[in-house]
Design a protein around this ligand. Structure first.
Ligand SMILES: *Cc1c(COP(=O)(O)O)cnc(C)c1O
Length: 357
């Protein structure tokens, strides 16, 4: 037994891999959880079918049709996945040869593009965004050799900005015969007119990621989507697990996509957006705050003055936020999810208190 060394069996890239530091993995203890961009209120769902003795269909037409209808696309332009994270995984698995192909992502941004690529032994080209967090297109264009996927988070997590549509158009042009452009629209419900789904007909290399985890308040359900032209969708379908989606997940997702449930979601999104504005104003008025960045998501990126360790002090009080200091250019930055009005007020109170001490 003691001569058994698991590391001798492991692939090199997995031995070296540090796992994604998800909010739940980092942990914490307390009452105010504003670190995972979850929706602050639960909605209640009931799943209907008593058919758990049967395998589910690989892709439920009911769910496909419901989401296609919501997103205003054709059913053959859609695949359902276990969260948007599985869609990232499927794309890399399908299109990138290990040790040969690369992906591009543009920090500061969502961490899973890098970690997923590294898990498959796929090379990463990290191309920093410009000072205003727009894409550095000329740097991207110069580094497209061996690149199969370019990930753009839009609106961007954690900065909250939305890369200009014209930039994505140029990106789609320069990658046209070479790579897929994957636009991660996890937060699109908070800025719905920015969606690029209407571009699918013009760009065969456009892929869009969606999820029920954020505005639909279903992070625990694990349901996401990839949207693209049918040629791409067929490839992802080919490699997806035989029975990827549990029957209760399909049932609840269909319920969440009824027109009544969509209306409720949209009303609550409006409230969150209003609260975000008030919260930003209140934060801006605090002496410890250097800058609150405009955000199109359900979160704010806040840069604090350098002196104090705000993140840790709030953490010790049971107010759990998301530290961003390790991200490129985000020194002293914390990402705060827009919670309930009470939760936002608690954060403001705690920050005022710290300033007094
Ligand atoms: C939350 C998030 C995801 C993951 O969504 P799931 O559907 O829960 O896997 C993907 N992309 C971004 C940018 C996110 O913030």
């Amino acid at each position: 037994m003691n001569t058994f060394d698991i590391n001798k069996l492991l692939r090199n890239n997995i031995r070296q891999l540090s796992p994604y530091q998800s909010a739940r993995r980092i942990g914490g203890q307390g009452q105010v959880w504003l670190n995972a961009n979850e929706f602050p209120y639960p909605r209640s769902y009931q799943w209907q079918q008593n058919t758990l003795h049967r395998y589910p269909k690989p892709q439920s037409e009911l769910l496909i049709n419901a989401y296609a209808n919501y997103a205003n696309i054709k059913p053959d332009q859609l695949i359902v996945t276990r969260g948007a994270d599985e869609a990232i995984d499927l794309l890399i698995k399908a299109f990138c040869d290990p040790n040969q192909d690369s992906v591009i992502y543009c920090p500061p941004t969502y961490g899973m593009y890098e970690i997923c690529a590294k898990t498959y032994g796929v090379k990463c080209k990290s191309i920093a965004t410009l000072a205003n967090w727009q894409l550095d297109l000329s740097a991207i264009e110069q580094q497209l050799d061996s690149v199969k996927l370019v990930f753009v988070c839009r609106p961007n997590n954690p900065t909250g900005n939305t890369v200009e549509a014209i930039t994505i158009k140029h990106l789609l042009e320069i990658t046209k015969q070479k790579a897929l452009v994957v636009v991660d629209e996890a937060y699109i419900e908070f800025t719905p007119t920015q969606t690029l789904t209407t571009w699918l007909n013009s760009y065969p290399n456009l892929v869009i990621l969606r999820t029920l985890s954020k505005a639909f308040a279903l992070a625990g359900l694990r349901c996401g989507f990839a949207i693209a032209n049918s040629a791409v969708i067929d490839v992802l379908t080919k490699i997806s697990a035989p029975y990827a989606l549990p029957t209760p997940v399909i049932d609840i997702a269909v319920e969440a996509l009824s027109s009544a449930a969509i209306k409720i979601m949209q009303q609550q999104v409006k409230q969150i957006n209003e609260l975000k504005q008030q919260f930003a104003d209140q934060l801006n008025a605090l002496s410890c705050v250097q800058q609150v960045y405009p955000s199109d998501g359900n979160y704010l990126l806040v840069r604090f003055n350098t002196e104090s360790n705000i993140f840790k002090q709030l953490w010790q009080q049971g107010i759990i936020l998301r530290d961003q200091h390790q991200q490129l250019g985000l020194e002293n930055c914390i990402r705060i999810t827009i919670g309930t009005g009470d939760e936002c007020a608690t954060v403001i109170q705690a920050l005022k208190q710290l300033a007094k001490e």
